[in-house]
Design a protein around this ligand. Structure first.
Ligand code: FES
Length: 62
């Protein structure tokens, strides 16, 4: 689904960015341009990044 309509960024792209090494909102923002216009998508993007990072850390620990 589209998370950022201004930059046409999807949740999948955000997860792929994290899988590719982005660890923070700033990293993903820099890579994809998410939340760089109206900013309404910022909270949703942060939530997806946080969940993805935690899931990756959990899977790495198991
Ligand atoms: S919806 Fe992402 S910057 Fe506007």
């Amino acid at each position: 689904m589209y998370v950022c309509l201004c930059k046409a960024v999807t949740d999948r792209q955000i997860r792929e960015s994290v899988a590719g090494g982005a660890c923070t909102f700033a990293d993903v923002r820099r890579q994809l341009g998410v939340a760089t216009q109206c900013g309404k998508c910022g909270q949703m993007a942060k939530s997806i990044i946080e969940t993805t990072v935690k899931k990756a850390a959990f899977e790495h620990a198991v």
